[in-house]
Design a protein around this ligand. Structure first.
Ligand code: FAD
Ligand code: DHB
Length: 390
């Protein structure tokens, strides 16, 4: 097969870029290791910034998101038995976020691609990238015991944190920055009405908790758990009891519980790989960077990568201008590091760190008290949460 752009990874980053390029007439293929159903069953992000939503509309995939997604103008921070509302709309100068599940937007992207006849190859194995510093790179893979080869002008590595693309950059070129946190998030999805119309981020002596939602009949809750915990250690009853303990009493009293539809533990990590390009390879999304989910930045960080890469590739093909591609890594990383700083800060503000001194716990108290009392600090929080400009 011969295409202009070969995209590795059929998660939201790869699918969105593929669809945008297709609409501009750039021929591309997506190679995905899993099946479509497997990708669609992964419950992950729920909060989208407007930059991401704008790209979905540009990709002609925003219709259901605009119809079914909820616009949120604020969220709550729970601490010490009380709830304080952060008015995102007021403090960001009129912005907001959209609550719409990653599973739903991935489904919208797959459906649009299928309608348009854009190529996706599922269940690819042994993907190998070749000739990255040549003018004619290619990708090989196996499927159902047969070997295949894709010739292309460019390769996009959108294959997530555990993908093969980043690992194809020589180790003397690639620099990795990492912070692994000493806890994870146990998440539960349940067909119950959400406890609050807006998200609640809860700081508590026993650990962080988050009340989120997908719709008025579907709730998503998380609690901070030790890294060693296994999903099997947590019955639904134990999860609900622990979540209630970490919420203010009036909120806990309103919580409607029910059987979990999905339950999983995600470890928390901050990670950036530099540079995000090598010869004809460009990394995008979780393949190049990971944030702890506290500030809802992960998928939203991928959005700016896709935006810069899309424009760089379009400029190359339609205007014969390579500036965008040459500057892709530097431009993407400048915004990525801001999202890293914000997510790291939110994680430190709201979690219980097992190895922290009582002095540092006191500083966390005052950080939160300061944040909630300062218009400037709230302005900074809101500006980052709704998404910095691309
Ligand atoms: P992925 O979604 O990881 O997709 C990569 C794809 O590549 C996968 O489908 C994988 O199967 C495929 N692949 C891997 N290796 C290969 C290979 N060798 N060959 C071919 N294909 C391969 N972000 C937000 O913005 N807001 C939130 O509210 C939010 N909440 C989150 C909550 C949780 C609990 C978690 C875990 C994450 C959350 N995130 C959030 C982060 C967000 O889910 C990720 O940033 C997002 O999935 C990144 O998309 P991606 O397409 O770059 O990578
Ligand atoms: C969700 C996840 C987050 O990390 C976050 O900050 C907000 C919401 C969610 O899955 O709904």
């Amino acid at each position: 097969m011969k295409v202009q752009v070969c995209i590795i990874g059929g998660g939201p980053s790869g699918l969105l870029l593929s669809q945008l390029l297709h609409l501009k007439g750039v021929d591309n293929v997506v190679l995905e290791r899993q099946t479509r159903d497997y990708v669609l069953a992964r419950i992950r992000a729920g909060v989208l910034e407007h930059g991401f939503a704008a790209l979905m509309r540009e990709a002609q995939c925003g219709e259901r998101m605009d119809r079914e997604g909820e616009i949120h103008h604020g969220f709550y921070i729970a601490n010490d038995g009380r709830l304080d509302r952060v008015d995102l709309h007021k403090h960001s100068g009129g912005n907001s976020v959209i609550v719409y599940g990653q599973t739903e937007l991935t489904r919208d992207l797959y459906e649009a691609r299928e309608k348009a006849g854009v190529k996706t190859v599922f269940q690819v194995e042994d993907v190998v990238l070749h000739g990255l510093t040549s003018d004619a790179p290619h990708v090989t893979y196996r499927k159902a015991g047969e070997d295949f080869r894709v010739e292309c002008d460019y390769i996009v590595g959108a294959d997530g944190f555990h993908g093969v693309s980043r690992k194809s950059i020589p180790s003397d070129v690639l620099r990795e920055y990492e912070r692994v946190y000493p806890f994870g998030w146990l998440g539960v999805l349940s067909s119950t009405p959400p406890v609050s119309p807006e998200l609640i981020y809860a700081r508590h002596e026993r650990g962080f908790a988050l009340c989120s939602l997908r719709s008025q009949v579907l709730s998503r809750y998380y609690i901070q758990v030790p890294l060693e915990d296994k999903v099997e250690d947590w019955s639904d009853e134990a999860f609900w009891a622990e979540l209630k303990r970490r919420l203010p009493p009036e909120t806990a009293a309103k919580l409607v519980t029910g059987p979990s539809i999905e339950k999983s533990i995600a470890p928390l990590r901050s990670f950036v790989a530099e540079p995000m390009s090598y010869g004809r390879l460009f990394l995008a999304g979780d393949a190049a960077h990971i944030v702890p989910p506290t500030g809802a930045r992960g998928l939203n960080s991928a959005a700016s990568d896709i935006y810069y890469l899309y424009h760089g590739l379009i400029d190359h093909y339609l205007k014969h201008d390579d500036h965008g591609l040459e500057n892709y890594s530097a431009k993407a990383l400048a915004r990525i590091w801001k999202a890293q700083r914000f997510s790291w800060g939110m994680t430190h503000l709201l979690h219980k760190f097992p190895d922290r001194s009582s002095y540092e716990d006191k500083l966390q108290d005052v950080d939160l008290a300061y944040l909630l009392s300062s218009e400037n600090a709230l302005g900074s929080l809101a500006e980052n949460y709704v998404g910095l400009p691309f």
